[in-house]
Design a protein around this ligand. Sequence first.
Ligand code: R5P
Length: 301
Amino acid sequence: MIITSGTASEVLGIKVAREMKLLKSKMEIKRFPDGEKYVRVLDSVEGEEVAVIQSFYRTPDEFLFEYFLIVDALRGSNAKRIVAVFPYFAYARQDERFKPGEALSLESVIKLIESVGTDEVYTIDMHLHRVSDIGKAFNVPAYNLTAIPEIAKYIKKNIELKDPVVLGPDEESEQWAKVAAKQLDSRYDILEKKRLSAEQIEIKPRSLDVKGKDVVLIDDMISTGGTLAEAIKIIRKEGARSVVAACSHAVLVENAYTRIFEAGADYLVSTDTVPSPVSYVSVAGLIADALTKRLAQRKRD
Ligand code: R5P
């Protein structure tokens, strides 16, 4: 197997290749003066299985389109098999037509990814709500990995927590709160969230007992920071001793980073699925393990 990446995940690509002791194939990716992208594979990939690592953060359309060109370049250079690794997978929100006339973005993006010649897909803590199994959404084999145990291990090792309790800001986050709580040997609970618009949400406390506790607040992603900031304010009001905010994908648009601390967080911890000032936990090992296990399994089959 050969590892390569698009411009969204260059450093992560290097780390995965290093973990797996594999070659990281070089790409020339630039723009024509009119803004069009240009992609060229610089190493031989003939007859090889190639894992392409590319996240879809902040400018998802650009990184997605770049992925299509990378696959075309690899296929044109006779790569045998393409394994896509999308550490942060955008376009998962619109997995239904909520209002008449809306695009069903998730389905369209999946169709495009498959149609360019992707043989297998890996994502990490994908924003799966109504679609619970990514394997059912794709026609090619697709797997959703989780970085939550690694995040929880990092928190346990690096932050002093006396009496931790894990909280998720909404119903969907229960899956991640449960996993983090197991790792931290603590209880977990969730808050009640109502989304009023893409920017506005309302969070209500449940029967919370966080007085004097070190709260670890966990979610899949921080975009505007609205969800976690509201949750942090409530937790602080209820008398928490400290608050660690954590997520897999620190998308952090606009002033989200400041917003989290202004709301009362003591720490913010995330991974490098999206490069950010709080990407303390690398998902390189997680990706390398998954690819290695799959390679071994395919050899056995
Ligand atoms: C929502 O269901 C997600 O799990 C996150 O809570 C949400 O996407 C975070 O977005 P924001 O930071 O803009 O509130």
